[in-house]
Design a binder for this molecule. Structure first.
Ligand code: NAP
Ligand code: GLV
Length: 308
């Protein structure tokens, strides 16, 4: 019963090492090498080529290397099998660090001070305490809830928004379409950590920006297609927004010459907010394979109707 590892962007070396250590009874093949297709029971995959998973006749479980499964669900031939998304401590810690770094960067005027330093300007700006800065988090799942807790621990005034009602101590939780307006109206810094679904595609648009307090900052670490890029550029140009930190883009890598590269109010990182590291994540894959083989229910299974 073998495992097929499929990723065009992840180094298979550390995964082979960890999976062989944790699951020695399961040979691991690294795509495009497949061996005997009929021996493959598990696919551990990030953006597998459309049709690949459907071509494996005895596949039983698909384990996503990423937390977001939008690319996987976009494959019309995706087999009707359990799809387990990635939930693991390294991903949570990585995202919490990236979000905290971006929030602190804008909160402490680092963007303005870096620009001043480049011009040799010594000019203290108005500074605020964290408790005076209202942060809103779209998505209160594994990553959003952890980021919310960390920001609250730093003293920020944090609220969040989810599809169903949530309760997180110290966080003002809003939910559903009716809860969105209240969250936006009080978000000086807005962080997007939603899954990309039919309901959330394009959510970061002109209408949403207009509902934020003037001069707000938008931080997107979810998916590029959450953002209407032209609307962001217009909101920055009009002064409606102060700045943006973006880790994800409609087209990745971000094409040369894209206006975000040189925009003075946009921070760009190359989809690195939270990476899935084999040294922490292989254990969660091994755990789900063991559960499957013991007849226990799988965890973190995607609901394909919901889209996440
Ligand atoms: P998750 O645990 O599934 O949480 C998703 C959250 O979004 C939940 O709170 C969910 O509400 C909420 N949500 C979904 N649809 C909604 C809607 N229509 N309206 C309001 N709230 C909605 O996902 P996660 O593990 O936190 O990951 C979130 C996303 O981060 C991933 O899907 C991926 O796209 C992105 N990501 C990016 C990176 C990176 O490096 N940039 C790394 C990892 C993940 P409920 O609580 O009611 O279900
Ligand atoms: C990365 O973007 C992920 O979804 O894990």
């Amino acid at each position: 019963m073998s495992i097929l590892f499929v990723s065009a962007t992840d180094d298979p070396g550390p995964w082979l090492r960890e999976l062989n250590r944790l699951l020695p009874e399961h040979p691991v093949r690294v795509w495009p090498e497949r061996g005997d297709d009929a021996a493959i029971r598990y696919a551990v995959a990030w953006k597998p080529p459309p049709g690949l998973l459907a071509s494996l006749p005895r596949l039983e479980v698909i384990l996503s290397l990423g937390a977001g499964v939008d690319a996987m669900l976009a494959d019309p031939t995706l087999p009707d099998l359990p799809l387990v998304r990635m939930v693991e401590p390294g991903l949570v810690l990585g995202m919490t660090e990236w979000v905290a770094a971006q929030v602190l960067y804008w909160h402490r005027n680092q963007h303005a001070y870096s620009a001043q330093q480049a011009r040799g300007v010594w000019q203290p700006l108005d500074e605020f305490l964290a408790q005076e800065r209202r942060v809103g988090i779209l998505g209160l799942g594994e990553l959003g809830a952890a980021a919310a807790r960390a920001l609250a621990a730093l003293g920020f005034d944090v609220a969040g928004w989810s599809r169903s009602p949530r309760e997180i101590p110290g966080i003002a939780c809003h939910s559903g379409p009716d809860g969105l307006a209240a969250l936006l109206a009080r978000s000086d810094i807005l962080v997007c950590l939603l899954p990309l679904t039919a309901e959330t595609r394009g959510i970061l648009d002109a209408e949403l920006f207009a509902a934020l307090p003037p001069g707000a900052v938008v931080i997107n670490a979810a998916r590029g297609a959450h953002l209407v890029e032209g609307d962001l550029l217009a909101a920055l140009a009009g002064g409606r927004l102060r700045g943006a930190s973006l880790d994800v883009f409609t087209e990745e890598p971000l094409p040369a010459g894209h206006p975000f590269w040189r925009h003075p109010a946009v921070v760009v990182t190359p989809h690195v907010a939270a990476k899935t590291h084999a040294r922490t994540a292989a254990a969660s894959i091994a755990e789900q394979i063991r559960r499957h083989e013991r007849g226990l229910p799988l965890e973190n299974v995607v609901d394909s109707r919901r889209g996440y």
